[in-house]
Design a protein around this ligand. Structure first.
Ligand code: SF4
Length: 615
C-alpha cells in the first residue's frame, strides 16, 4: 500500500467539509505503520469517497512481486450502501458482485431461475455455452480482475478461502461498527425445521451443555456429509434437491467449524447453546476471533474501517480480535450545524416491561402533541418492538388520529416504508428496527421519535452471558450506537434539518452512563438538548395537515409516487426539532468456503436486508 497516493485517489473534483483533513490523518495513520485504521466519520462526511481513496492506495500488479497481494476490496454489511456505491458516478471503478441468488439465468426457459438453481447448479458437468455472457459469472470475472471489487460483507465472508477472491493488498469496510456482531451472527448455527432440510429424519437429543452440542454437531455433520454424497451421485438434481444439497453442504461446513473451534484450546471464542422446547438448537459464538481472522483479517494486508459509531477503540478491537497496537483511530468532525440536528427531551418514563403499562399511554399522548406540533410534516417513530408499535397504534386510533398513522409488520415493511415515503401526506410511520441504513433527506422526515432505549435483549443468552461477566460497557455502547445511528436518519446534509424527540427516560440515563463513549459531535447534541414547549393534547390539531379521507393502511408502494412532500411549518433549531435511531434484525447469513453460492440475497429496499444483508 502506498498511502502517498491517497489524495490522488480521492475521486471527487473537490473536497467538502472535513474530507481533506480526514485524508491527511488517514495517510499519516497508515504511513505510521498501522495495519488497521478506524475512521470515525459522521453522516455527511462522504465516507464512500474516503473509502475509494484508501482503496486506490493498494499496490498495483505492476508494483508487486508475483507472490504479493495487490488491489483492493470494498465491502459493507448494508445492501443499500452497496447500491448507493454502484449508482455513484464518482465510484464507477468499484466493480460490484452480489450473491448468485441476485442474478437469474439467461438460458431460454430458465429466465426466472436464480443462478444458484440454474442448470449449471443442478446438472453434473453441465457445460454452459453462454457462461461468458451469464450476468453472475460476468460480474464475478470483472470484480475479480479489476482494481477494486465491491461486495456485501456477507458475500465477502462467504468467499473466504475461494480462489476467485483471494487476499488483496487493501480492504475497506464501510459501516463497520457492527463487525463483531455481524461475525457472531453469521457464525451462529441454527438447527431447526426451517434450517435443516433433513430435520424430520433426525433425533435431536436434549442438549444441556455445550459439550453435548459438540458431540451432536460432530455426528450431524457426518449425517450431512452422507446425504450430500447421495445427492452428488445423481447426474441431475431438481431445484429442490439442489437447494437441499447446498444447505447441507453449508451446514456441514458450519458444524465442522464449530466442532474444530471448540476443540481448539487456543481459540478465544466462547460458544453457547440454547435449546427450545421443540428441540431446535441455536449454537452461538461469542468473540469469534478465529472466524474473523479467516473471513476478514487474512483477506488483506491493510484495512480501513469506516463508521460514525465506532465508539471505543479498545473495546472495538477486543470485539473483533485486533491488537490495538496495530490500530489507529482517526476522528472526523461533524460539519452539520448543531442547530439543524437538535435532540428534545420529552421523556415520559421508562418503557421497560414493568413500566410499560404506565408509560405507554403517556407516550401516545405525547405523539399526538408532536403531531400537532408538526401538522404538515411526515414523522418517523422508532417504536423499538412490534409489541410497542401495536399498542401505540391502538392508542392513536383510540384518540382518533389513526388516519395519520402508518404501521408495518414483518412481511410488508418494505412496501409500507416505500408507501410512506411516497405518500405526500404528513403521515406518522410507526417503525420497528429502522435505526440504520435509512436515508430520509429533506422533507421525507423533519421529525422523529425514539420510543425506547435500544438496549440489547437480556433474554438473549449472549447478552446475559456478557452481563454476568460484568460487560456493562458493551451493553451501554451497543444501545448508544443504535441511538446515534438513529439520530442520523433525518439529517443528511449540512443544509438538512430535523428534530429527534426522546420519550424514554432511560435514554437520559444511557447518555450519562456512556458519556465517555460519546463522539464529541454527539456529546454536543446531548448537551444542547432542551425541553420543548409542545401544544396541548388536541387530536384535531394533530390531523389538521392531512387531506380528508386519507387511509394509510390502504396505500400501496406506488401510490402517491411523484407527489410533493408538504413544506414543513417549523424548522429545527427554531422552536422545534426531531431525531431518531434504530437497530437491525437478525438473519441467517452464513460464511462458508464457497465463492458465493448463497447468502447475500438482500433486497436493496429492505431495512432488514439492508442492515443484515439477507433475504
Ligand atoms: S452459467 Fe449458464 S446455466 Fe448457469 S446461470 Fe449462467 S447462463 Fe444459466
Amino acid at each position: 500500500m502506498n498511502p502517498d497516493r491517497l489524495f490522488d485517489a480521492f475521486p471527487a473534483p473537490e473536497y467538502r467539509g472535513n474530507q481533506k483533513d480526514a485524508l491527511r490523518k488517514v495517510r499519516e495513520a497508515f504511513a505510521d505503520g498501522n495495519r488497521v485504521v478506524l475512521v470515525r466519520a459522521p453522516t455527511g462526511s462522504g465516507k464512500s469517497l474516503l473509502a475509494r481513496a484508501v482503496a486506490g492506495c493498494a499496490r498495483t500488479v505492476e508494483e508487486a512481486a508475483p507472490s504479493e497481494a495487490t488491489d483492493a476490496y470494498y465491502t459493507t454489511p448494508q445492501v443499500s450502501q452497496l447500491a448507493d456505491v454502484a449508482a455513484d458516478p464518482l465510484l464507477d471503478d468499484l466493480n460490484v458482485i452480489r450473491g448468485k441468488r441476485n442474478y437469474t439465468c439467461i438460458l431460454s426457459g430458465e429466465e426466472d431461475t436464480p443462478v444458484d438453481r440454474a442448470p449449471c447448479a443442478r446438472e453434473r458437468g453441465y457445460d454452459c455455452s453462454v457462461k461468458h455472457r451469464c450476468p453472475y459469472y460476468s460480474d464475478r470475472a470483472i470484480a475479480s480482475n479489476r482494481r477494486i471489487a465491491a461486495m456485501t460483507l456477507a458475500y465477502f465472508m462467504q468467499t473466504a478461502g475461494s480462489e476467485v477472491f483471494r487476499k488483496r493488498d487493501v480492504c475497506v469496510i464501510d459501516e463497520a461498527h457492527g463487525l463483531a456482531e455481524w461475525a457472531e451472527m453469521y457464525a451462529t448455527i441454527e438447527l431447526s425445521p426451517r434450517t435443516v432440510p433433513i430435520w424430520d429424519d433426525l433425533r435431536v437429543p436434549d442438549v444441556e451443555s455445550v459439550e453435548r452440542a459438540v458431540e451432536y454437531a460432530d455426528r450431524l455433520r457426518n449425517v450431512c456429509q452422507r446425504r450430500v454424497d447421495d445427492l452428488l451421485a445423481s447426474d441431475e438434481l431438481s431445484p429442490g434437491e439442489a437447494a437441499r444439497r447446498d444447505r447441507l453442504q453449508e451446514l456441514r461446513s458450519e458444524l465442522g467449524w464449530f466442532v474444530d473451534d471448540y476443540r481448539d484450546s487456543g481459540s478465544a471464542t466462547t460458544w453457547l447453546a440454547d435449546q427450545a422446547d421443540d428441540g431446535s438448537l441455536t449454537i452461538k459464538p461469542m468473540d469469534p476471533e478465529r472466524y474473523l481472522r479467516h473471513t476478514v483479517w487474512d483477506r488483506g494486508n491493510r484495512f480501513a474501517l469506516l463508521s460514525a459509531t465506532i465508539l471505543n477503540k479498545a473495546a472495538f478491537c477486543r470485539g473483533v480480535g485486533l491488537d490495538p497496537a496495530d490500530v489507529a483511530l482517526v476522528d472526523v468532525g461533524h460539519t452539520f450545524p448543531l442547530e439543524n440536528r437538535p435532540l428534545y427531551d420529552v421523556t415520559q418514563g421508562k418503557l421497560t416491561y414493568e413500566h410499560r403499562d404506565e408509560t405507554l399511554p403517556k407516550v401516545a399522548r405525547t405523539l399526538v402533541r408532536l403531531m400537532a406540533e408538526h401538522p404538515d410534516s411526515p414523522g418517523l417513530v422508532h417504536a423499538h418492538s412490534y409489541a410497542i408499535q401495536s399498542r401505540l397504534a391502538d392508542r392513536l386510533r383510540d384518540f382518533g388520529v389513526g388516519a395519520r398513522v402508518r404501521t408495518h409488520d414483518r412481511e410488508d415493511r418494505d412496501a409500507q416504508l416505500a408507501a410512506w415515503k411516497a405518500s405526500g401526506e404528513p403521515e406518522v410511520f410507526l417503525s420497528v428496527r429502522m435505526e440504520e441504513a435509512l436515508d430520509l433527506e429533506g422533507d421525507l422526515a423533519r421529525w422523529q421519535v425514539l420510543c425506547k432505549a435500544p438496549f440489547p435483549n437480556t433474554n438473549d443468552s449472549r447478552v446475559a452471558y456478557r452481563l454476568e461477566d460484568g460487560q456493562w460497557g458493551w451493553y451501554y455502547r451497543n444501545a448508544l450506537r443504535t441511538v446515534i445511528q438513529a439520530a442520523g436518519r433525518i439529517v443528511r446534509s449540512p443544509e438538512d434539518y430535523g428534530a429527534t424527540y426522546l420519550v424514554d427516560t432511560s435514554l437520559l440515563d444511557l447518555f450519562d452512563r456512556a458519556r465517555h463513549d460519546l463522539p464529541p459531535w454527539f456529546a454536543d447534541q446531548v448537551d444542547a438538548m432542551t425541553d420543548p414547549d409542545l401544544p396541548e393534547f388536541d387530536p384535531e390539531a394533530a390531523l389538521s395537515g392531512i387531506a380528508a379521507g386519507v387511509d394509510p393502511d390502504a396505500a400501496s408502494p406506488s401510490e402517491g409516487a411523484g407527489t410533493t412532500a408538504p413544506t414543513p411549518t417549523t424548522r429545527a433549531g427554531g422552536d422545534q426539532s426531531v431525531s431518531a435511531g434504530t437497530t437491525g434484525d437478525t438473519s441467517d447469513g452464513r460464511a462458508s468456503t464457497s465463492d458465493g453460492g448463497g447468502g447475500d440475497d438482500g433486497s436493496a429496499s429492505s431495512p432488514v436486508a439492508d442492515v443484515w444483508d439477507v433475504e
